[in-house]
Design a protein around this ligand. Structure first.
Ligand SMILES: NC(=O)c1ccc[n+]([C@@H]2O[C@H](COP(=O)([O-])OP(=O)(O)OC[C@H]3O[C@@H](n4cnc5c(N)ncnc54)[C@H](OP(=O)(O)O)[C@@H]3O)[C@@H](O)[C@H]2O)c1
Length: 333
């Protein structure tokens, strides 16, 4: 096996400017770890876009290969947890942050970061889902575990055309929930309806009256990917004993809300952290994504690119203008 491979490398040649290029790297340059994996597919997440432009909240040490997602086959495993040739998914923990990630054809990681690919999913399908799918599934699982049932009323998904949003919408629809999708791209209404949205509304429609302390109780549950005013508006319009999950900050990291929804309606706000999520819930939701929540329309939710096509997707994602998740094919890069 060749010990050289292609990777996207982010560098900071002069102290301020970050550059991105496709280079040949060597396995010897990879960090320590028990597990060496030949990456077949990865996918682009918001954190990757931030890492690629040198955001210090994600990555501080350069040169660096981003990519918080990777799926591929085991080449070597020094502690015997996996056999050569076994198919694995590696997401989150420190992958792609300070540890060279899935935008390279090889990764070396601690073996406990990997999961065996669940039966029923291909490596390609697992990365069509990626961390966005894991996060969406963890969010939906929180609604289920906290008693939100399909017959309780509509569930709101914010940032609906985004990775986490579109997958949350599709999983909720598959699980029988009536989903209202809120989007800044109303021209994508037909796409969102195709994923299972019963209603598609604009950000402005959702935000009407958002300055008021409480709003009409509407949502049985909310999967929020945006944060800020949109999350606070969603909380204020959640029904009694409704459940709101919070995973993202594309709108804002602030949460300008009062206590009324919590003390007068018993609304529950639940944080989602896929990166450090313990193994048991992680395995449970991947299993569901391979079976009862397996999505037939996954291929329509992604655009496949090689490493060369990533730059354009990164720039669009940073501007909130990416329309489909980017699946990264490392085999053909
Ligand atoms: N906590 C975790 O474990 C975890 C895991 C994965 C991701 N995340 C976070 O979740 C968020 C979404 O990630 P993603 O990968 O789905 O990103 P994404 O694909 O870029 O999607 C974000 C979507 O949010 C909407 N949006 C963008 N800018 C906005 C703004 N200023 N105001 C309101 N809506 C805006 C857009 O959808 P519309 O145009 O349809 O509104 C956009 O497509 C990010 O903050 C990410 O860091 C967290």
């Amino acid at each position: 096996m060749s010990r050289e491979f292609k990777a996207l490398l982010v560098e900071q040649p002069e102290k301020k400017v970050f550059t991105r290029s496709i280079v040949t790297r060597s396995v010897a340059d990879l960090p320590e770890g028990e597990l060496l994996v030949k990456v077949h597919y990865s996918s682009l997440n918001f954190k990757d876009a931030l890492s690629a432009v040198g955001n210090p909240g994600v990555t501080r040490n350069f040169p660096h290969t981003p990519g918080i997602d990777a799926a591929g086959e085991v080449i070597e495993c020094s502690d015997g947890s996996f056999q050569p040739g076994e198919k694995v998914i590696v997401t989150s923990y420190d992958l792609g942050m300070e540890t060279d990630g899935g935008f390279g054809q090889m990764i070396r990681v601690p073996s406990q970061w990997a999961l065996p690919l669940p039966e029923g999913l291909s490596l390609k399908e697992s990365m069509m889902l990626g961390t966005a799918g894991l996060t969406a599934a963890l969010s939906v699982q929180e609604l289920v575990d906290n008693g939100v049932k399909p017959e309780d009323g509509p569930v709101l998904v914010t940032g609906a055309t985004g990775g986490v949003g579109s997958l949350s919408l599709a999983i909720l629809a598959k699980a029988g929930y009536q989903v209202t999708a809120v989007t800044g791209k109303l021209e994508e209404t037909a796409y969102l309806e195709g994923l299972g949205a019963e209603r598609v509304i604009s950000r402005e429609t959702l935000m009407q009256g958002s300055e008021r302390p409480m709003l009409k109780p509407t949502w049985a549950g909310v999967v929020d990917c945006v944060g800020g005013e949109m999350l606070s508006t969603a909380i204020k319009s959640t029904r009694n004993w409704g459940v709101v999950t919070c995973c993202g900050l594309v709108g804002s990291p602030e949460l300008p809300v009062n206590v009324f929804p919590f003390i007068l309606r018993g609304v529950r706000l639940i944080g989602i952290d896929s990166a450090e999520c313990p193994a048991a819930p992680r395995v449970k939701v991947w299993q569901k994504l391979a079976t009862e929540w397996k999505l037939d329309n996954l291929a329509s939710m992604v655009d496949e690119v090689t490493l060369d096509g990533l730059e354009e997707k990164i720039q669009k994602m940073l501007k909130g203008g990416l329309k489909r998740r980017a699946l990264v094919n490392l085999l053909e890069s």
